[in-house]
Design a protein around this ligand. Structure first.
Ligand SMILES: [Zn+2]
Length: 375
């Protein structure tokens, strides 16, 4: 059996290596300084394609700040071996620099249906934490949703909520905030050294440098109503930056606008554009901090687009063409021209976190760390 697993491992490495040759990497250049950026804020509009952005600007009559960022390029959405993905594999490519099976959260399993022989690549948050920086995860999904889990947990299936929550409780992150999930409560967070908050007032009262698990009314996060003392994604982003910035070494923060995807699945255009506009307000908050700070890079992208939004030139209408994930490239917006991302070019999704690691000063021997527990 061991011999068979070794053979599978070797074949997988070969396949990954050959596959890697076809990756689009021209969007990454050598034109950057290693370690130039002390802090990085990675913002993921779940399900947000180019037409989501365009529809929001047209239908809401707004100029989205992400569209004014100085560098725009495109990213593919490939998961392991196929040019399609879900939020689990899509987020894992963005958190670990590794393409994995659809459904996998921060792991590279040899068998997609088994907990045996899981290979655990390092996430960006874990990388910076081990170096003394602060790290946080903010989402409008539940905290155990696929994207926040990709950055803060490791398991072979996104539905393994108990495993995800156990990882999140013990991973030493500085903050994890989003919609409520059953496996997390005041007792088990306190037992693991977290301050637990479940409303906006308590969230805003948190002190810089504190460690907190935040779980809020999920319906409010989904519909941007804020009727139950629930923070918006913009407020969570501002507060998270304030808390993490207390660490002199720097920080990595992931912010996910999850509802763009959810409303795209249900073909609810009004709420799609509302969610995209809300997400953009959070981007504005991150950019405002980055400009003041001078050592912070902001990267905005998507794990995939959803709903196949099209525009009818004659009627001026936007419409959905399906209710699942698209197989098209997504936008990548970068807040600076000196971070090695080249405007107008294409990049492989897994190269986005790798380049983030480089500008934070982590070399090839540190990230991606693909074989931490390879047997
Ligand atoms: Zn989705």
């Amino acid at each position: 059996m061991d011999a068979l697993k070794k053979i599978i491992a070797v074949v997988m490495s070969l396949v990954l290596g050959i596959y890697g040759l076809f990756g689009l990497t021209s969007g990454i250049s050598d034109d950057y300084e290693e370690g130039k950026y002390k802090n990085v804020i990675l913002m993921i509009g779940d399900g947000m394609g180019f037409n989501h952005v365009k529809a929001t600007e047209d239908l809401r009559n707004v100029d989205l700040v992400m569209n004014d960022m100085p560098v725009l390029l495109t990213s593919d959405i490939d998961s392991f071996l196929i040019p399609a993905t879900d939020s689990a594999a899509g987020g894992t490519a963005l958190s670990t620099g590794m393409r994995v099976w659809i459904n996998s959260v921060g792991v590279y399993p040899f068998d997609p249906f088994s907990a045996d022989d899981i290979n655990v690549p390092l996430t960006l948050g874990e990388l910076v934490k081990a170096d003394g920086k602060a790290t946080g995860v903010v989402t409008t999904d539940k905290t155990s949703g696929a994207t926040p889990s990709d950055f803060s947990a490791h398991t072979y299936a996104r539905g393994n909520e108990e495993e995800i929550c156990a990882d999140q409780l013990t991973n030493g992150f500085d903050l994890i905030w989003g919609g409520a999930t059953e496996s997390i409560n005041k007792e088990n967070t306190a037992a693991n050294g977290w301050t637990y908050v479940d409303n906006e007032d308590d969230l805003m009262a948190l002190e810089a440098g504190s460690r907190s698990f935040g779980q809020f009314n999920f319906d409010d996060l989904k519909y941007v109503k804020n009727e139950h003392n629930t923070p918006t994604i913009e407020e969570m982003t501002e507060k998270a930056i304030e808390i993490l910035d207390a660490n002199d070494e720097g920080f990595f923060l992931m912010v996910e606008g999850a509802c763009i995807d959810k409303h795209s699945h249900s073909n609810d255009m009004d709420n799609v554009v509302l969610s995209t506009e809300e997400f953009d307000k959070a981007v504005a908050a991150a950019l405002e901090f980055a400009e003041k700070d001078g050592e912070t890079l902001v990267v905005v992208t998507a794990d995939h687009a959803t709903g196949g939004i099209q525009y009818n030139e004659e009627t001026g209408e936007y419409y959905f063409t399906h209710d699942t994930h698209d197989i098209i490239d997504v936008p990548v917006y970068v807040s600076a021209t000196d971070a090695g991302f080249t405007a107008g070019k294409a990049v492989a999704n897994r190269d986005i976190p790798t380049q983030i690691a480089r500008v934070m000063g982590y070399g090839k021997d540190q990230f991606p760390a693909t074989s931490a527990s390879l047997k």
